[in-house]
Design a protein. Structure first.
Length: 250
């Protein structure tokens, strides 16, 4: 399975461990991330229009140092293979715009329509990002929220509406799982009040993506990232699987 992410640093967080987590579960899953820090849907669409090589390409969680355009990645690979290349293409909104639906459209619709018209792939998936850490300056001053649960409520609604309006059936519930783990008292899950904590937050994301995209239960994965105790990794896999089953993902 080949997964292409049209994303930003949040898709970097999600895919850093995904290749290794999937392999440890017996799943062959390659990830290709088009990275621009803080990139919004509006900028992604403008990059389609310009065709400029604005993205740093990451493969299987590692930077290649290569700058590339959406066209070259989406169309060039498919043409070179002579057959559909991407099993899944994921899209997402920048976290700082994730709560306001007016920032999604018309850019996400334009982008997904363009992909459907120009690329051969299996399906589109929507990467639901997550709320910022409680008490962070980004949460209160930039986003205007006192409670991070309110930020999640609004971004969840915006992503759900975007999925419906763009005909995307698969939503990767990263934000929802982060909220559930915070309720469980898992502790700190952000590293700088908004990105995913290394290694735990990124590990959680890899388990959620693996389950949402392939149907593989987290308990089937045995990879444990450097810096995490095996006992904690086992606990995380169990909790994430429990919540994914509760959401109907598994």
């Amino acid at each position: 399975m080949r997964v292409l992410c049209i994303g930003n640093s949040f898709s970097t967080d999600a895919t850093t461990y995904l290749y290794r987590t999937a392999a440890s579960a017996g799943v062959k899953l390659e990830t290709y991330n088009l990275y621009i820090g803080g990139c919004s849907l509006e900028r992604h669409w403008n990059n389609v229009l310009s065709g400029e090589p604005e993205y740093l390409l990451e493969i299987n969680g590692q930077s290649t140092g290569r700058m590339i355009s959406i066209q070259e990645m989406v169309l060039g690979q498919e043409a070179a293979c002579g057959k559909p290349y991407w099993d899944i293409i994921t899209v997402q909104q920048a976290s700082h715009e994730s709560t306001r639906y007016e920032t999604y459209q018309p850019y996400m619709k334009n982008l997904t329509d363009w992909l459907r018209s120009h690329a051969n792939f299996g399906k589109l998936a929507l990467h639901q990002t997550w709320a910022y850490e409680q008490g962070s300056q980004r949460l209160t001053e930039r986003m205007g929220y006192e409670d991070q649960a309110d930020m999640f409520r609004d971004l969840k609604a915006a992503y759900a509406r975007a999925a419906e309006d763009c005909g995307i059936q698969t939503v990767i519930p990263c934000g929802q799982i982060f909220q559930e783990l915070l309720k469980d008292g898992i502790g700190k899950i952000h590293r700088d009040t908004f990105h995913a904590l290394i290694p735990m937050g990124r590990y959680v994301l890899s388990l959620v993506w693996l389950a949402a995209l392939t149907g593989t239960p987290p308990k089937q994965a045995v990879f444990c990232p450097e810096g995490m105790h095996e006992t904690l990794a086992l606990c995380i896999r169990s909790l994430v699987e429990e919540h994914l089953r509760g959401l109907g993902v598994l």
